[in-house]
Design a protein around this ligand. Structure first.
Ligand SMILES: NC(=O)C1=CN([C@@H]2O[C@H](COP(=O)(O)OP(=O)(O)OC[C@H]3O[C@@H](n4cnc5c(N)ncnc54)[C@H](OP(=O)(O)O)[C@@H]3O)[C@@H](O)[C@H]2O)[C@@H](O)CC1
Ligand SMILES: Nc1ncnc2c1ncn2[C@@H]1O[C@H](COP(=O)(O)OP(=O)(O)O)[C@@H](O)[C@H]1O
Ligand SMILES: [Mg+2]
Length: 278
């Protein structure tokens, strides 16, 4: 198991070229947020925009539009009960599932619409629905972000039995081969043949919305740092907990929205550290 270090941030977060525009930094479509769980997509979107995503659209229940806009006027909105095909077609990255609840039809329509060159991040309720209805993954560049119970539902491996060997074996049965971010204390990231472990982060992160924030960061990083999906995912996972650790030096708990607010500073520091090291 490879231990993740801050080197992943130095390698991934690069200074931006001057002659670029928002279209160069990722078109992200976030799908989720029932009436009950609107906060989940707000946290997805706050994380994605603060991670530098060029354009973020949130497809959600219309009752969430005003709250989302009051937190984040940078995001666009659309009603998730309408046909999302045109939105999916334009996206570089689709993140579905945070606060999606029981909206199976929206998930299946999305799985049927994504293309093989698109990044599809499946989080929260999308993972539970995948497991309950034994849905196949589409041909796309897939990232799964389950916590231990969501992974138990998907893999049939009891939490106490979730060893790297068993997790890799279960992952091999998924086609196409996804990246797995197994979230917990010391989160593990599985690619087809390698396992990485996060050794930072702690229980000050145990607040609802912490995973929704991570999913938004993975969307933001993967839409922007396009050389390697694996590297972008690893960097997002590391950055999420690096910020939490920094804030926890002076706080008992770290809120998901506080992490999002600190992302631009962390990215600035790593982009510039890289420059001075040259
Ligand atoms: N503000 C919002 O809108 C928010 C909306 N949200 C949205 O809610 C939806 C449901 O997601 P969910 O994660 O809350 O519920 P579910 O999938 O049933 O899992 C909980 C079960 O798993 C168990 N468990 C075991 N190990 C675990 C672990 N390491 N980490 C976590 N749980 C672990 C756990 O055990 P217990 O707590 O009972 O000990 C319990 O039995 C989803 O769409 C999500 O995006 C949330 O993001 C919150 C903020
Ligand atoms: N004790 C802990 N130590 C480190 N990280 C934690 C701890 N508890 C929770 N986290 C992190 O918080 C996030 C929780 O994700 P998740 O359960 O999906 O949250 P939510 O769905 O409420 O947004 C994960 O990134 C997980 O690693
Ligand atoms: Mg979650």
């Amino acid at each position: 198991m490879h231990k993740l270090t801050q080197e992943i941030l130095e390698q991934t977060i690069t200074k931006r070229a001057n002659a670029t525009h928002k279209g160069d930094y990722g078109r992200i479509l976030i799908i989720g947020g029932t009436e009950q769980y609107g906060g989940a997509v707000i946290m997805n979107a706050l994380a994605a925009v603060n991670s530098g995503s060029g354009l973020v659209t949130v497809a959600t229940h219309p009752s969430n539009f005003t709250a989302l806009h009051s937190h984040l006027p940078e995001a666009m909105v659309t009603d998730y009960t309408q046909d999302l095909t045109a939105f999916i077609t334009k996206a570089d990255v689709v993140l579905i599932g945070s606060g999606l609840g029981e909206q199976l039809a929206i998930l299946t329509a999305t799985l049927n619409s994504v293309r093989s060159d698109q990044i599809l991040i499946l989080d929260g309720s999308a993972l539970t629905l995948l497991a309950e209805h034994q849905l196949d993954l589409p041909d796309a560049r897939i990232v799964l972000t389950p916590h231990e119970m969501e992974w138990q539902r998907l893999s049939q491996i009891e939490i106490a039995e979730q060893t790297p060997a068993k997790n890799l074996a279960a992952l091999a049965t998924f086609k196409p081969s996804p990246i797995l971010v197994l979230k917990k204390y010391q989160t593990e990231i599985y690619t087809a043949d390698q396992v990485f472990q996060l050794t930072i982060g702690g229980p000050y992160q145990a607040t609802g919305g912490m995973g929704d924030t991570l999913a938004g960061m993975i969307a933001g990083f993967s839409g922007q740092f396009r050389t390697s999906l694996e590297q972008a995912v690893l960097a997002a996972v590391y950055a999420h907990s690096a910020i939490a650790d920094d804030l926890a030096r002076e706080r008992y708990v770290v809120l998901p929205t506080q992490i999002s607010a600190e992302i631009p500073k962390l990215m600035h520091d790593y982009a510039n550290k890289k420059l001075t090291n040259l």
